[in-house]
Ligand binder design. Structure first.
Ligand code: FDM
Length: 208
């Protein structure tokens, strides 16, 4: 049995990651590929609840402390993620360490320092970057509810994402029709799953 794939969605706020990751999970399960949806931050854990307080109620925390909490929130999920992938379950993940680095580096924290706590996390096999200009994102429903949803900041975040891209990434035009985006992502994901079945590759580790 081949392992599951780790598919990641990244992007600025209100870029459609949640919609597309949910649709992808549904479509993969419908075609018999066992798939789970995960989201970071996972606001259900004790650490996740502190993160939620920071994001929605402006709980005071230093930039460094919140950065490390986001990272710890990923580390606490690692064992289960590895077990799922090894048992053949594909994981579709909404945000991960790249968001961690992009948002903190946009606050002017040192880029290398930002990456350090996430070194050694499981690495995604494919990353879909939902690309939207922050001016267009600002027109979408609900924008501005959380502390990071400010135009200038989101522009900085987007630039930071671009500096981390490698060959595992695809840039998706998030302004396109939702159905068209879904079809494109499903096609690329199925291709990646087929490639893994034909020539299995081990799960990678981040930034080592
Ligand atoms: N965010 C998310 C970070 O600043 N660091 C992280 O490591 C992660 C995973 O939290 F503004 C930011 C990105 C976003 C906010 O994310 C909450 P969602 O996707 O809106 O829940």
């Amino acid at each position: 049995m081949t392992r599951g794939l780790f598919i990641l969605f990244e992007g600025c706020d209100r870029s459609g990651k949640t919609t597309q990751s949910t649709r992808l999970v549904q479509a993969l399960n419908d075609s018999g590929i066992k798939t789970k949806l995960l989201k970071f931050p996972d606001r259900t854990t004790a650490i996740g609840k502190m993160i939620d307080g920071y994001l929605t109620q402006n709980t005071k925390l230093s930039d460094q402390a919140i950065h490390l909490m986001f990272s710890a929130n990923r580390w606490e999920a690692m064992e289960q993620m590895q077990a799922d992938l090894e048992s053949g379950i594909t994981l579709v993940v909404d945000r991960y360490a790249y968001s961690g680095v992009a948002f903190s580096a946009a606050k002017k924290l040192d880029f290398k320092w930002c990456k350090a706590p996430d070194v050694g996390l499981l690495a995604p096999d494919r990353v879909f970057f939902m690309d939207i200009h922050p001016d267009d994102a600002a027109k979408r429903a609900g924008y501005g509810e959380e502390i990071y949803e400010r135009r200038e900041f989101q522009i900085e975040v987007r630039v930071k994402f671009f500096t981390m891209m490698d060959k595992a990434w695809s840039i998706v035009d998030a302004n396109k029709d939702m159905d068209e985006i879904h079809r494109q992502i499903l096609f690329l994901t199925k291709k990646a799953i087929q490639k893994q079945e034909e020539g299995p590759a081990p799960i990678g580790r981040l930034w080592v």
